[in-house]
Design a binder for this molecule. Structure first.
Ligand code: UT7
Length: 356
């Protein structure tokens, strides 16, 4: 069986920089609180009339495609990971195909909704398709335009200050070099805590899960919801219920356990120990989580790449943006062992080991 490798990588972040101080003009927060709790100094917001999640993804994809030495027409499969798609449906995969001018129809496009672990899930899917010989140039994109779906009132501050917009992309190709490329991927999920970090409305749930779980107070559903209103009612809008929700401390505690666990699981699979890792690219959820994981894994700070300070948490885009920046800065060289790891909403989490 062939191995799969990352043949080209690219990233794109919108021009507009939003500092912590900028946010203090719309909500009760402070630069000090945000930096102390998360490490974030600023994030980027896309231009709401000229950019979408798809166009951010396309900008990153064009770079990855060029660096892989192919053209957009060579792409034979698209995997698009996002929690902030342009449309409820169809997904961003086909919109990206159109945006890149790929006119051939002998191509598949798959959207995945795995939030923070989306890029790792996507890489794992790509790896399987490449290994079996089904596809040769898979375009994997993680992109988010969070800024359109955040609550900019003080009610939403615990979530809103964390997230930013951006995109990363990779072209996955086969390699005949046995010890190169994706060595393993590990995927996990646990739906028990689905509502601990969730954007539940608009959706078709009609309050079902919340009633079963006794979460009505927290999510405050509109009981008078009618058919035809299943995605959102005016009351839900008036009550500011159409935004993401997170029980931060609960997520934090689980994240710092699951990151080391899933990294070690991947290392064990390939008979390596953590000292073999040349570069760990953790999902950029919180600088404190990354620092904790580094310590737990016995990795010095120069072996862990973080850029959350500049971009905030860009969910599905965070790993490919960080991977790309680390590579561009010369921090990832041929032969290095690169570890990707993520934990987030679902909960879903995972890791990947790549011999670069
Ligand atoms: O990427 C997906 C995975 N996500 C994560 O892994 C995130 C994990 N969680 C976290 O990173 C942290 O829990 C947060 C950064 C989200 C929050 O930090 P925290 O230290 O857990 O704060 P908290 O939610 O416990 O809130 C502490 C206090 C509260 O005030 P009181 O009740 O103590 O008076 C909040 O109301 O901080 C308040 N607070 C804020 N204050 C100023 C919450 N958000 C803000 C804010 N500015 N933006």
């Amino acid at each position: 069986m062939l191995n799969s490798k990352i043949a080209g990588i690219g990233h794109y972040v919108p021009e507009k920089v939003v500092t912590n101080n900028d946010l203090t003009s719309v909500m009760d927060t402070s630069d000090e609180w945000i930096q102390e709790r998360t490490g974030i100094k600023q994030r980027r917001y896309a231009d709401k009339h000229k950019e979408t999640t798809t166009t951010l993804g396309a900008a990153a994809a064009r770079i990855a495609i060029e660096r892989a030495g192919i053209t957009a027409e060579d792409v034979d499969f698209i995997i698009f990971a996002t929690l902030s798609p342009d449309y409820y449906f169809p997904g961003c995969g086909v919109l990206l195909q159109r945006e890149l001018g790929i006119t051939k129809t002998e191509i598949g496009a798959l959207d995945i909704r795995n939030q923070c672990s989306g890029f790792i899930y996507g890489l794992s899917i790509a790896d399987q398709f490449v290994k079996t010989g089904m596809y040769k140039n898979i375009l994997l994109v993680g992109a988010e335009m969070h800024s359109m779906g955040l609550d900019f009132s003080t009610k939403g501050r615990n979530v809103t200050v964390i997230f930013g917009d951006g995109a990363g992309a990779a072209v996955i190709q086969p390699t005949e070099e046995k010890d190169k490329g994706v060595l393993t991927t590990k995927l996990h999920s646990d739906g028990t805590y689905a509502e601990k970090l969730a954007f539940i409305s608009p959706g078709s749930h009609g309050g079902y899960h919340a009633e079963k779980l006794g979460l009505e107070d927290r999510f405050g559903f509109d009981k008078d919801i009618e058919f035809g209103e299943i995605f959102a009612t005016q009351k839900m809008m008036d009550d500011r219920q159409l935004y993401p929700e997170m029980e931060g401390q609960f997520v934090f505690k689980l994240a710092v356990t699951k990151f080391p666990e899933v990294i070690n699981e991947a290392l064990t699979e390939v008979n390596l120990k953590s000292d073999a890792i040349d570069m760990l690219i953790p999902h950029q959820a919180n600088l404190r989580i990354s620092q904790f994981v580094a310590k737990r894994m016995g990795l010095s700070q120069d072996k862990v790449f973080n850029n959350i300070q500049k971009y905030g948490n860009t969910t599905a885009a965070s790993i490919p943006i960080a991977l790309c920046e680390a590579w561009e800065a010369g921090k990832i060289k041929e032969g290095d062992l690169v570890c990707l790891a993520a934990f987030g909403s679902g909960f879903t989490w995972g890791s990947a080991l790549i011999r670069w």
